[in-house]
Design a protein around this ligand. Sequence first.
Ligand code: ARG
Ligand code: ZN
Length: 881
Amino acid sequence: KTIYLKDYLPPAWLIPETELRVTLAPEDTQVEAILHCKRNPHSKEPNAAIVLNGERLQLERLALNGRDLAAREYGYAEGLLSIPVQADECTIASTVRINPAANLELDGLYRSAGNYCTQCEAEGFRKITFFPDRPDVMSVFTTTVIGEKTACPVLLANGNLREQGELAGGLHFATWHDPFPKPCYLFALVAGNLVALEDSFTTKSGRRVALAIYVEPRNAGKCGHAMAALKTAMRWDEERFGREYDLDNFKILAVDDFNMGAMENKGLNVFNSKYVLALPETATDTDFDSIGGVIAHEYFHNWTGNRVTCRDWFQLSLKEGLTVFRDQEFSSDIASRPVKRIRDVNLIRSIQFREDAGPMAHPVRPASFVEINNFYTATVYDKGAELIRMMHTLLGEAGFRRGMDLYFERHDGQAVTCDDFVAALADANHHDFTQFKRWYSQAGTPELFVTSRYDAAGGRLLLRLRQSCPATPDMAEKKPFVIPLALGLLARDGRELSFSHAGRKNPAFLTITQKEQDFVLDEVAEEPVLSLLRNFSAPVKLHFDQSDEELSLRLGYDRDPWGRWDAGQHLALKALMQGIEQFRQGHQNITLPDTLKHGMAALLDDERADAAFRAVSLVLPTENWIGQQMAPLDPEAVFWVRQRLRALLGQELRPAFLRHYEALGKAAHRPYVYTTAEAGRRALRNMCLDYLLCCAPEAPADADMLALGERQYREADNMTDGLAALSAVVNADRERGDALLQDFLAKWQTDPLVMDKWLSLQAACPLPGTLARVRALLRHPVFDLKNPNKVRALVASFCALNQRQFHARDGAGYEFLKAMVAKIDRFNPQIATRMAAPFTQWRRYDADRQQGMRAQLEELLQAEDISDDLKELLEKSLWEG
Ligand code: ARG
Ligand code: ZN
């Protein structure tokens, strides 16, 4: 059942227009569809039948040009309905029945909290009606929604409202018309008892757009931040990309049951409520940030995804990589650019690099897949965004904008490929991206090895570069990549040194194109300290030896904030790897290197840098990133040494942490306001608290510090400070943590999003006994296995965040995950397969753990009736190459 990019064929039939009439009932919804069909003049199969996808549909009536078809006049097998047609144009009418209440996959039309909503990307529309469910068939949809007036006062679909009115029997209807042809994956329908926060936005050219965010009545009043973010995003897209909104209204629905973050359906986005609802008391600064980012992301899809869409699902990164790049730029423009970059790079290194090195590795534009839902990955999204960012670097902002303008000019209203996108950038700038495009087709993380030599007499710096890329399951040999290497030189006193290259003064980057390549930098006045890969100019692993002194200098003075952060990470990583080596030889009295201690202390005190930057830079490398430097990976050693170094930093710098903690507390604005500056100060203060409460593994917490955390928990007037204190206490001391957890539960048990935090915090606690706790929580009234947010909060927090306990020697964590995956796969394969991800890394561990995980993978695979989603992951994970 593998599908290949090389097999792509244009659709034989097009559906310029589609009329839908949906009569809602929880268990028995009727969908009547009229498809106006036309042969595709570009089809390679002149006499082809019309083939429609359809799954979980009960077919009641099928008619061709108004005449009912008998069963022998069409074929229906394996989800494909095929109708032989002689003419070049025809009309197909179908009536099907579906059961939204039984839909626990949350794909197609389903119910959440008694309301109706849809999720059609990638292939959910075929669970609503018969249709060519592929993104290159674009249709103008007119949708009539019919529902009970009492149960469904609100009836929504894509586009502009054309008509509404009453019907007999307590029913009413609304007809929506979307004038923009779109693939069916962008279809949406919403109905229920909803209230809206309304607002409006006037576009640059004067179109007045009605904005509305629909929620359950109990959530009215929690949409203010999302609405403000939406308006900021709409303005930003006009200013930075010249893109205006195009319908009379823009609607958003928030639901508690949602497989992913959100969905960009044309004019009717559907969101996981986690990315809409926020009040200072219930949401953290991180939630406020991510709401802004996701609202912007989905809104930006209106141009990158909807107006210009994907030809096929291999091109997913065409819209996702580009839209992630756009939302990253948005967040960078409205808040702290360096902090946003650091967060994004952390995600690439921790998650995407690991994916790229594992059995599910795939290029940004995959060449084949079994289940497309398994390819909504960090590679397609985030590495995809890095590819766009590199092209932006190579062209510069003005050139990139020219390319984007040409892309929209050429392809508005079309379904296109990544090649089309790159061609627009290339043509607008007369730039050759032929070699660059290898980034789209070659998986794996390139490694860049750098050595340098300073020639004092000639004032020259010689750089020798070598690149290689490990084999991935799909490809053994990789050709060299184009790598923009941004760089700068520091004098020993921290000044930025000037230099020239090939006659150019201080170029921002060098462009590497070969496997081995030398560069000469001229007019270098003194032996410099190098700052390489500034701003993470390419998604590569850089191997460049720098001494602790050089790293400390960069941590203190690098003009590139990302470079400062990276130097700190590198310094810490060296200490961590040394500690891990000692730990594995049986030593537990691991000490804190002075360079790291002084570097961190200086950073903490550095009032030139803003608080948010200092806060992220004080975080030691993630366990994921440390783990990638180790073979075989010993998660206990990683956790143990990282925790020990954090505890030592907390102890040895206690006066400084306390001083900043107090000062930042005094400076805090009360009551809480969410601004970049205030959030930054809270982040730094909570970082101080975290260090102050951190105790070495197995060591008791300091009583005074515990009391400090408890006080902050009690006095907090907002979720950011309350949750930070709760988490610090929970991780430090079971008993005192439990008391606060009880209090928190009593306060917040009716708020599902807050309860997600409550579950997640307990599952991520590294103290012994956490698995038993997690198992007990499965039976807690606030938990619900059918709700993806709850599963992520409990199961993923334990299996993906809590590496120490998940990988416990006795294998109980593995047993737990297998049981969960097997159970969830029966009703929601997408979520089950995502939860199984930690198992894919099994080959990286020691023999016992390998054996433990592998046994679970095999057992899962042997079970009957597993989903195609899960099967693909299991088979790829076990494949012996
Ligand atoms: N297009 C959505 C977004 O990134 C994601 C939807 C993915 N859904 C899925 N079932 N794979 O904004
Ligand atoms: Zn997206």
